[in-house]
Design a binder for this molecule. Structure first.
Ligand code: AMP
Ligand code: MG
Length: 342
């Protein structure tokens, strides 16, 4: 290559660099921008097409909601209400608590935001794991009752003595909803938000293709299968997400409010697919607690979500996901049942 050719090649590279520079300023709608955020005790990965600057605002929103909704942050309204028996809470916590309490009623207490004293006794929010005695659990369960959480005075929460609330089962779903709203209001048409087990996809991929979301294998490192979706929350609750072992027994973090023990009703994981992040987050926890018969019945009586239930020897998929879900690898050989409404 002679000197002239080198100069020409260099100028082409420069023009390409300038074009690339221009595209990041005008923010090419086909260009993806990502950020990893550690919040709410998990690793979150946000991928947004066509708008890089919004990621800073999105990240700040996550940190703000984390501190406002946290049950362990001594500055949060939830913490204060838990330690003072009541008080005024910020609008975000109030809005979420309101929606969560409706879902506690709808799931007949399988979801119960007042389960916190029991969760705390097992050490799941403090990492000081231990197995409480049956007497201790029995005593703590006396103050678990979502129906006794009083939010009738606007912005105020009143708790019965000994009661504590925890929005940990729904906070990531709420955060995903708020992120989707923020992104939509800022012109983003395409985004993949992975808030550690809570996935929310906005629109389709820029080329119009559906997003492919892998469902984690609750029994290993791989995946059970893939869900194709657009504009959906896809939320998984599983016993593998947080647990400890003592004397050869594994204890996980999803508590059955009927017993005070980790739910043991046959599921390894539950994935809920729907339009609303809070609904999907609440129901992934609640249907995990219910177990297969009650969960299938609950789905049949509902029209606002679809589900994938993973048990040790069977995958159950509700009919609305029959075409969208494909098992992969070893899960191709597992029994797969499609649940129908009639
Ligand atoms: P998730 O990962 O969304 O299923 O939520 C599980 C978290 O919610 C746990 O780590 C606890 O903090 C809390 N939790 C556990 N069991 C319940 C329950 N039955 N109802 C409400 N929250 C729960
Ligand atoms: Mg949940």
């Amino acid at each position: 290559m002679n000197k002239k050719t080198i100069c020409k090649a260099a100028s082409i590279v420069l023009i390409l660099l300038m074009l690339t520079g221009c595209s990041s300023i005008s923010e090419n709608p086909n260009e993806s921008y990502s950020v990893t955020v550690y919040a709410m005790d998990t690793v979150m990965e946000l991928t947004v097409y066509g708008n890089q600057t919004i990621l800073n605002t999105a990240e700040s929103l996550i940190f703000e909601l984390d501190s406002k909704l946290s049950v362990t942050n001594a500055e949060s309204d939830i913490y204060k209400v838990n330690h003072e028996g009541g008080g005024t809470i910020c609008s975000e916590a109030y809005e979420l608590l309101n929606q969560a309490l409706e879902l506690c009623k709808r799931t007949d207490g399988a979801l119960d935001v007042s389960i916190y004293p029991v969760v705390e006794a097992w050490g799941f929010t403090t990492d000081e794991y231990r197995v409480p005695t049956d007497d201790e659990l029995h005593e703590l369960l006396r103050s678990v009752d979502h129906n006794s959480v009083d939010i009738s005075k606007n912005g105020r929460v009143e708790l019965a003595p000994g009661m504590m609330i925890d929005l940990g089962s729904v906070a990531k779903g709420y955060t995903a909803n708020r992120l989707v709203k923020l992104l939509s209001e800022n012109g983003v048409k395409s985004a993949l938000l992975n808030l550690g087990g809570n996935v929310h996809v906005l629109g389709t991929k820029p080329d119009g293709a559906l997003w492919k979301i892998a469902v984690a294998d609750p029994a290993g490192d791989g995946y059970v299968g893939v869900i194709e979706a657009a504009d959906k929350a896809i939320v998984t609750s599983g016993e593998y997400e947080r647990f400890f072992e003592q004397d050869g027994v594994r204890y996980h973090h999803i508590i059955d409010p009927a017993t005070g023990h980790p739910a043991d009703n046959g599921f390894l994981s539950v994935t809920i697919v729907g339009n609303d992040g809070v609904l999907c987050d609440a129901l992934s926890t609640a249907l995990f607690v219910m177990g297969s018969d009650k969960a299938a019945e609950f789905w049949k009586e509902s029209d606002d979500f679809e589900a994938i239930f993973i048990a040790s020897d069977e995958i159950m998929v509700t009919e609305g996901l029959e075409d969208a879900f494909s098992p992969i690898g070893a899960y191709n050989d597992m029994k797969l049942t499609i649940l129908h409404r009639d």
